[in-house]
Each structure stands twice: as C-alpha cells, then as structure tokens.
Design a protein around this ligand. Sequence first.
Ligand SMILES: NC(=O)c1ccc[n+]([C@@H]2O[C@H](COP(=O)([O-])OP(=O)(O)OC[C@H]3O[C@@H](n4cnc5c(N)ncnc54)[C@H](OP(=O)(O)O)[C@@H]3O)[C@@H](O)[C@H]2O)c1
Length: 249
Amino acid sequence: MRLGFVGTGSIAAAMVEGLGGGAVLSPRGAEVAAALAARFPGVTVADSNQAVVDQCEMVVLSIRPQVAEEVVRALRFRESQKVLSLIAATQIATIRDWIGLDLPVIRAIPLPFVAERRCVTPIFPSDPDVAALFDRLGQTLECRTPDEFDLLAVGSALMGSYFGILDVAQSWLMQQGLPEAAARDYMSMLFANLGQVAEASDKSFATLREEHSTRGGLNEQVFRIFGEEGGPEALRKGLDTVLKRVRGP
Ligand SMILES: NC(=O)c1ccc[n+]([C@@H]2O[C@H](COP(=O)([O-])OP(=O)(O)OC[C@H]3O[C@@H](n4cnc5c(N)ncnc54)[C@H](OP(=O)(O)O)[C@@H]3O)[C@@H](O)[C@H]2O)c1
C-alpha cells in the first residue's frame, strides 16, 4: 500500500526514518520534507495535501488537532482508501464525519522511538495493513476497545514528565555545586538503567520500588516525602485531566 503523510512534522519524520523511505509527503513542513526526500529512497514531496491523497492508498493524518478539521474537510478521498489517524484526542466518528465517506479509519499512537524501530504502537481498531506497518517499526499493540486505546494515549503523555523529573533533579544537583555535565550524565545513566530493569523484569513496579529502596534508606526517604507532599496525587490528577481531554467532547 502506497503510504502518504498529510502533515510532515516530527512524528511523520520518525516513521519515514524507521521505514527507511517509501512515502509521499505533504509540502507543509517543507524543511523536514526536503531533508527526508534527500535522505531516503522512494520519498517524494507532493504539491499539495490533495496530491498526497490522490497518490496513496493509505493516508496518514499527521497534523496537529488544532488544524485537523480544516485540513481534512478540504480533502477528497476515494472509496478504496484507508485512513490512519495519528491526531491526538480526536475520535474515529469525528474523522469519518470530516472525510464524508465511510472509509476504514484506524487510530495509532506512534512515538518518536519508531525511528529506531523500537516502539510499541497502540492501534484501534485492528487492521492487518496497519499492524504490518507498525510491526516494521517495532511492535503493534492491537487494542480491544476504544477505551483501552485512550488509556494508552494517557500513558504516552508522561514523556514530558520523564524529562521534567530529570530536569528538576539536574537543576537541583547543579544548584548544590555539581557541574552540569556530571549531573546530566549521572541522571541519564540512572534512568536509562532503571528503564532497562523495568522492561526486563516481570515484577510489579511496587516490588521494584521496594527492591531499589533500602529500608530506612535514602531512596525510601525521597519517595516518602514525594508522597507526603502530594506527588502521587498530582500525577493522578494530571492523568485524570488528560483522560478527559483524550476522550474528547
Ligand atoms: N510527536 C509525537 O510524539 C506524537 C505522538 C503521537 C501522536 N502525535 C500526533 O501526531 C500529530 C502530529 O504531531 P507532530 O509532533 O508530528 O507535530 P508537528 O511536528 O507540529 O507536525 C505537524 C506538521 O503539520 C504541518 N501542517 C500544519 N498545517 C498544515 C496544513 N494545513 N496542511 C498540511 N500540513 C500542515 C506542519 O507544518 P509547518 O511546520 O509548516 O507548520 C508540521 O509539519 C499530532 O496530532 C499529534 O497529536 C504526535
């Protein structure tokens, strides 16, 4: 299936990189599109969004939610096409309404790790062509319900907080006198190794936390104060509010 991207930004670029080429790109995001066309075989930049749709069997909607309705309503699709929507917080019925045809619309949450083919990508509903695509970019996770898909979208919204925690820790270490590079290298090493432990282990996160916290020790102390100061509650509140937004109006 010829793949076309409407919206050539970060996530489209990461997917094309992971696929190693073979895509038609929309002209907006001109710099990214030109760089991808120069770097990968079989990548072309179309003259317009409509030209992308005209040249492809699977159309990937990789534009931001704020412009999505205007962009999609202006396009004319064909009965034989499949639409893969990456647009956050926008339900299938809404996208089908914008398209104006009863086409298969599949949603997915690819993350930047598709570039290294290391992403687990949730999709809904199941579709063999879309599953084959994301299996090439790591692994497809076929959700059983729209609710499961939305919950994984909420989980994916923690990427910023991950780096936010690293940033707070690094800044604090520097304020106490540690050089910037030492603070950065040490914290990124720590979190990278912990990520590997979490991925390789079949133990619960609560068990891993206990195993990485000596009783009465320093790790236990930080997490206790995090709890006493409302850290977990703030995190749950963030997830609650994102879930409301993800489910849409
Ligand atoms: N990044 C992620 O990790 C991630 C993960 C999952 C889902 N998503 C979703 O994927 C979508 C794209 O995200 P992104 O991070 O790739 O955003 P992005 O980097 O801002 O890319 C969006 C692209 O859309 C282009 N665009 C704007 N108006 C357009 C129009 N009228 N016609 C065609 N293209 C237009 C922009 O071009 P200009 O630069 O010229 O404005 C830009 O290249 C969003 O809906 C987001 O929620 C992103």
